[in-house]
Design a protein. Structure first.
Ligand SMILES: [Cu+2]
Length: 128
């Protein structure tokens, strides 16, 4: 029993050129791309730097902090402050006299401020 299949192959070449006009939303220019990067493992024995909040102001931040180091925020004031990163990478609340340790897991120049007193501002530089 022989079956002959005739395959009538007709090749239709249709080029459909579609202009893809879908553009993603405008890229926010001010947000660093490092915000969601996977955290590097902390180096054991990283440095610990203390930044004191006093008299409604942030004290100086370290010049040479890097990933794996730790910032210890200390609030010497009698009111609650926050240490809030503009890129949302951290947001810490500190009641009067409280302190908090913050391991550095991403690098960059991170501007921060106090949610309750927005004129309180600082910048934290973290090297890779
Ligand atoms: Cu404050």
């Amino acid at each position: 029993m022989t079956k002959t299949n005739r395959i009538d192959a007709r090749l239709k070449t249709r080029l459909t050129v579609m202009a893809v006009a879908t553009l993603l939303a405008a890229v926010p220019a001010a947000i660093p791309a490092t915000a969601a990067a996977p955290a590097a493992p902390a180096h054991a024995g990283g440095h610990e730097y203390t930044v004191v909040i006093d008299d409604m102001d942030f004290g100086p931040t370290p010049d040479n902090a890097k990933i794996g180091d730790t910032i210890v925020w200390v609030n010497h004031d009698s009111v609650t402050h926050s240490v809030t990163a503009r890129n949302h990478s951290f947001d810490i609340r500190l009641g009067p006299g409280q302190s908090a340790k913050m391991p550095l897991t991403s690098s960059g120049r991170i501007a921060f401020f106090c949610l309750f007193h927005p004129s309180m501002r600082g910048v934290l530089n973290v090297a890779p």
